[in-house]
Design a binder for this molecule. Structure first.
Ligand SMILES: Cc1cc2nc3c(=O)[nH]c(=O)nc-3n(C[C@H](O)[C@H](O)[C@H](O)COP(=O)(O)O)c2cc1C
Length: 207
């Protein structure tokens, strides 16, 4: 996808990760082309069978952002950011559209195999189990999304503080989907807090 507005900066992976902090106050400007490039990079994430169960609902309309904030414990980062990305997964749509995800390298036979493999694995699960399967993978995209945003000079804050049912109703999303997180995104208008983390020794074991 062509990026029409020049990207302000591009950080190394290391500095993107080091400098990412949760940001809750934003400047209002962000070209849509930059947002689309960040989303495109995130969709290069891996997924089981390459099934890509993640979906994005981008909220930019000011009135809708106010309504989204109201069902997210009034967290003001939603209205401060130029966009809030609702990262969700739709395993039912994934199951229905499995043929689209077959790699062209494998040709027509590959399409048949792809549909069979996905159906074999997913159709034995309940709708809820499939939804959890999709959510796991949408979490991978969420992580990459935050690093991609920072790498291109933008900031985010992942949010689980929202009412799952009410956000689905507001956006007209089907009941069976799981919303992984809300992700306000834009240019930081505050510094955020320095990282405070467990030591590696506390969280790592070698066997
Ligand atoms: C799954 C998840 C849910 C979170 N939910 C919220 C939230 O609802 N509101 C908020 O302000 N921050 C939320 N955060 C941000 C965390 O508070 C933040 O990541 C953490 O304090 C570490 O700070 P840092 O992101 O600046 O390194 C969430 C983070 C994660 C990963």
């Amino acid at each position: 996808m062509p990026v029409l507005d020049p990207i302000p900066q591009s950080l190394t992976v290391q500095s993107a990760i080091e400098t990412r902090r949760s940001i809750r106050q934003y400047h209002p400007d962000m070209p849509r082309s930059h947002l689309l490039e960040i989303l495109r990079l995130a969709t290069l994430a891996p997924s089981a069978f390459n099934a890509q169960p993640w979906r994005f609902a981008v909220v930019e309309n000011p009135e809708l952002k106010e309504q989204l904030k109201a069902v997210s414990y009034n967290q003001s980062q939603i209205t401060s950011a130029p966009y809030t990305i609702v990262v969700y997964s739709d395993a039912e749509d994934t199951l229905k559209t499995a043929v689209e995800t077959s790699h062209p390298h494998f040709g027509e036979e590959g399409k048949v195999r792809q549909v069979q493999s996905i159906e074999k694995s997913l159709s034995k699960l309940s709708v809820q189990e499939r939804a959890r399967w999709g959510d796991t993978q949408a979490n991978i995209v969420l992580g990459i999304l935050m690093v991609a945003a920072r790498g291109l000079g933008y900031d985010t804050v992942p949010m689980m503080g929202f009412d799952q049912t009410k956000v689905k109703q507001l956006l007209g999303l089907p009941d069976h989907v799981i919303i992984t997180a809300l992700l306000p995104i834009g240019r930081a208008a505050e510094l955020g807090r320095p990282h405070h983390r467990h030591s590696l020794e506390r969280v790592t074991r070698f066997y």
